[in-house]
Design a protein around this ligand. Structure first.
Ligand code: ADP
Length: 498
């Protein structure tokens, strides 16, 4: 087993863990942020609600006895100074403002100590909604000391000596914020640490369990793959449809099936190849031994042999040389076809003409055997689109067989039948025929129906070559045959329409 495979699962688990920790940290951070934000808002809402009436009280208590304005119309700074001091004595974080009805600041003690340029007018909209809701609505308004910031406030309208305006009290001034932030900070440090630790603990437990469950199928598949790799070719992932990684489980099973199939095919190809080599060497040896015997006899008994005997011996050697070259040619053709080195060069040609030529060529052999050989439908010129030399080779093998396996006085017919888009070629004989159970195998190399047929100079390669040629033309060859009645080999070639 390679280290790569070993590292696969732990690396995946690490990644899952990393993703999980990241998720937990993000969740923790969001949790703390949301809680902090809501708690802050909640605190402000409580502070505003509790102090909602402060401004109203100021008006009722202070403005009853003394007017907030002097006779000349200016603000009664003394009254406000007292007021501010009273209030700040109770709560240092509040800031009190006197506004006219337009929201312009008329006076405030805090403004005296201000370094930055304070706001001169505050927005009236929040004040109106606060007053209208009688302090029940949570609303924030402008903080004159910090332009752009919004604070909780209490406000109440007044109408004294014909002057209208508002008392506007910022409830959460600088000091309030400092204390609040400080407390919140401490609280959140504790809450943050506690919550994070707790979340981490739960996350670790849930994480471990989920990673275990998630990788359970993966572990099972890894185990199966490893077993397969170690040579257990029958092992498969059980119930792949129930796996969390169903596609992967199915793919592995399919892949294993394909590998096993291919191995079986290769084994059978290998067996056939060995068989072929064994048989071919036998077939090569026989004519060679005969050749050697006759040549030796001719050498030794050259003087004592009659001319007729010498001619006979030479004829035998000649025949055996033919046999050998025939076998070697067949082997050469077959191995080229099997190695897919042959690329058909398709062109239009007249199969009728080719058939005429072949019939003429085989007539001599057929006559010698007293077998009648004829071409059916010789007048109709049939054009096909195919590789002429390969088709010639196939027809030669088929005619050779037909004549070879037909007894004297029998008949071999080559017929050409024009079909719609094809030309059907039949090679029929009245010979030995092929038993039904043997028919499926005759196109496999080195399968001879009857081993004694070998005597008829066959090598079991002829039909295998024909089959390969048919494959190259994307067509098939079939055989109809009955023992003792004869056989018909049928194939189609695409017709050529000029
Ligand atoms: P061979 O060289 O032995 O003829 P083939 O591949 O040409 O090899 O044929 C395979 C086998 O199929 C032959 O051995 C024979 O048994 C059978 N066969 C082929 N053609 C015929 C035929 N026309 N009639 C009867 N048997 C045939």
């Amino acid at each position: 087993m390679s280290t790569k495979e070993k590292a696969l699962t732990p690396r995946l688990v690490k990644k899952l863990w990393l993703a999980f920790v990241l998720l937990v940290v993000l969740m923790g951070a969001s949790y703390i942020f949301i809680t902090g934000y809501l708690t802050n808002k909640h605190n402000q809402a409580i502070t505003q609600r509790v102090n909602a009436n402060v401004a109203e009280h100021v008006i009722q208590e202070k403005f009853q006895n003394a007017s907030p304005f002097l006779e000349d119309g200016t603000v009664n700074k003394e009254l406000f100074g007292d007021l501010m001091h009273d209030m700040m004595a109770v709560n240092r974080s509040i800031e009190v403002y006197l506004l006219n009805k337009l929201g312009e600041i008329q006076y405030s003690v805090v403004l005296e100590h201000k370094e930055n340029e304070p706001m001169k007018t505050v927005s009236l909209a929040p004040i109106h909604s606060f007053v209208n809701s009688k302090g029940k609505e949570f609303v924030v308004g402008d903080d004159p000391l910090n332009p752009g910031e919004e604070k909780i406030f209490s406000a109440a309208p007044f109408n004294v000596d014909g002057k209208e305006g508002f008392v506007y009290i910022i409830l959460a001034g600088k000091e309030f914020e400092l204390i609040s932030d400080n407390l919140l900070g401490q609280y959140f440090t504790k809450l943050g640490i506690g919550a994070t630790l707790l979340t981490m603990l739960f996350a670790a437990i849930i994480g471990m369990l989920s990673i275990w469950f998630l990788t359970k199928n993966l572990r099972l598949i890894t185990h199966t793959v490893r077993k397969f790799q170690e040579g257990d070719l029958d092992i498969r992932i059980e119930n792949p449809q129930e796996s969390d990684i169903e596609v992967f489980a199915h793919s592995f099973n399919d892949m294993a099936d394909t590998i096993v199939d291919n191995m079986d095919k290769m084994k059978s190809v290998d067996t056939l190849r060995r068989e072929l080599i064994a048989n071919v060497s036998h077939d090569l040896r026989t004519p060679l031994a005969i050749l050697k015997g006759y040549v030796e006899t001719l050498q030794i008994k050259r003087d004592s042999l009659t001319e007729a005997q010498k001619d006979e011996y030479l004829q035998i050697t000649h025949d055996n040389i033919d046999k050998l070259s025939n076998l070697i040619n067949q082997l050469f053709d077959y191995s080229k076809l099997e190695a897919e080195q042959v690329v058909p060069i398709k062109e239009p040609f007249s199969i009728t003409e080719l058939s005429h030529d072949l019939i003429a060529k085989f007539k001599v052999i057929a006559d010698k055997k007293s077998v009648e050989l004829e071409l059916d439908n010789p007048k109709d010129n049939c054009m096909v689109f195919a590789d002429v030399s390969l088709v010639e080779r196939a027809l030669q093998n088929l005619l050779e067989n037909a004549i070879k396996y037909t007894e004297p006085n029998g008949k071999v017919t080559l017929s050409l039948i024009k079909k719609q888009s094809d030309v059907e070629i039949n090679i029929t004989d009245t010979g030995a025929g092929i038993p039904a159970n043997e028919q499926p195998f005759i196109f496999d190399r080195y399968k001879q129906v009857d081993k004694s047929a070998q005597k008829k100079s066959g090598y079991g390669l002829g039909l295998a070559i024909v089959k390969k040629i048919m494959d190259l033309h994307e067509t098939t060859i079939t055989v109809l045959s009955k023992p003792k009645e004869g056989s018909t080999f049928i194939f189609n070639l695409p017709a050529y329409q000029a």
